[in-house]
Design a protein around this ligand. Structure first.
Ligand code: PSV
Ligand code: MN
Length: 405
């Protein structure tokens, strides 16, 4: 627990060092992190889905859990939905329910991987009728977007092959472009299509949208409403994600971010739990780009989303921890003295440049975040606020294992 006098001392020291605390606080308060409906449901690995007590039984209850995350964090007013997992008879009532909970619906995610038909792919499937089914599902999701007042269609395809020779790369590429084009044409104005890539899994030989360059290429051909979505768990080991983020920002094509963390592959661990320095470096690229006139527009448009499916951890606390870790990374990123860093870079002062960045990362930002949350009318410790509250007990009435992710 941070004491009030620690906050005052923190501000005094950092303002003496040239920090504009108000600017940093405003940026942190304005941040929006969308949480995924599927992150509140039971999920697991291919070995086991462990059932937890109190898991939401339908889309409405997922929204209730998301509202609890919003209640304690104050920066999660939107929830991404997945169709058909969150399919309801009356989307109008879902939107009203969300509104009453202080929420809005965020990205709409089609499901192009769960039906038996999709064993060999969706938009890239060798058979026309399966490709048609996938396109129709995406068009249905555009209708859902209109009904839930969402402005983002977020695409992730599980398409790929397991063996050399299984299918033809270039033919699949053609199918993918055809399918995406048809869907793109149906997008309402002022909405965006986000295209996510993933290096492998579930396919093990090749993935049709394997990396940011491929996603970028499709986006470029489709038009300005198509942008790339970066998911932290979707790269080969050692890939420099901050560099990808900077490149896409500079090209005006970064549309969204799926925060999560991994040790080995698409592990879906809590954000910042394994590699907080990488998270901080990504936050630095995003916040620095907001201040550069060439990239401001794109950087401000980027949708920040959490994409996690929690296996063994309690869902709501895991989401709260993830949000807190994102805030910590962004708070630290905002402390990087950009002017000084630029000078060090121009002078080729490698040691100082690295030190300035690392120094910001090593700063304890708990007093700052405590102040920000207090000024937002929140408990300075969102996790404690949740654990001390009654919500975690109330949801036990739902029973166990009534609904999947
Ligand atoms: C699968 O890897 C995945 O996590 C993708 O990142 C999607 O965004 C998400 O599932 C929901 O389909
Ligand atoms: Mn994702």
């Amino acid at each position: 627990m941070v004491q009030q006098d620690e906050i005052a001392t923190w501000i005094k020291i950092h303002e003496a060092g040239g920090l504009n605390t108000q600017v940093v606080k405003d940026r942190l308060k304005n941040m929006i992190v969308e949480t995924p409906s599927w992150g509140y449901g039971d999920s697991g690995t291919r070995f086991k889905v462990f059932k937890q007590d109190g898991i939401p039984r339908n889309a409405y209850e997922k929204l209730e859990d998301a509202a609890e995350v919003q209640r304690v964090t104050g920066i999660c007013p939107r929830v991404a939905i997945h169709i058909p997992w969150d399919k309801v008879d009356d989307y109008g009532s879902l939107v009203r329910y969300a509104k009453d909970l202080g929420l809005g619906i965020g990205a709409v995610n089609p499901n192009l991987f769960q039906d038996d038909d999709y064993a060999l792919g969706s938009l890239c499937h060798p058979k026309l009728q399966v490709r048609r089914k996938a396109i129709d599902h995406m068009l249905e999701c555009i209708e859902v977007m209109e009904r839930v007042k969402s402005d983002v269609l977020s695409l992730w395809l599980a398409d790929g092959t397991n063996y050399p020779g299984q299918d033809d790369f270039r033919r699949r590429k053609k199918y993918l472009m055809e399918g995406l084009s048809e869907v793109y044409q149906a997008l309402p104005r002022d909405t965006r299509m986000l295209i996510e890539y993933k290096v492998f899994e579930p396919a093990f030989y090749h993935t049709d949208l394997a990396d940011w360059g491929m996603a970028y290429n499709y986006c470029l051909k489709l038009g300005e409403q198509a942008e790339v979505l970066v998911d932290l768990g979707h790269h080969a080991q050692g890939t420099n994600v901050p560099h990808i983020v900077a490149t896409l920002l500079d090209e005006g094509k970064l549309g969204g971010f799926h925060f999560n963390n991994r040790k080995y592959a698409d592990d879906d661990l809590m954000v910042g739990s394994i590699d907080p320095y990488e998270l901080f470096l990504i936050a630095y690229e995003l916040t620095a780009a907001e201040e550069d006139s060439h990239t401001t527009e794109c950087a401000r448009r980027v949708s920040y989303m959490i994409d996690q499916s929690h296996n063994i951890e309690s869902k709501i606390p895991a989401m709260i921890r993830s949000v807190m870790n994102i805030q910590t990374a962004f708070a630290k990123a905002l402390l990087v003295p950009r002017g000084q860093l630029e000078r060090a870079q121009e002078e080729g002062d490698v040691i100082r440049a690295e030190w300035l960045v690392k120094e910001a990362f090593e700063t304890d930002v708990r007093p700052l975040l405590s102040l920000v949350r207090q000024e937002m009318g929140l408990n300075p410790d969102p996790l404690k606020a949740y654990l001390d509250g009654s919500y975690g007990k109330k949801i036990l009435e739902r029973g166990t294992g009534k609904h999947g992710g």
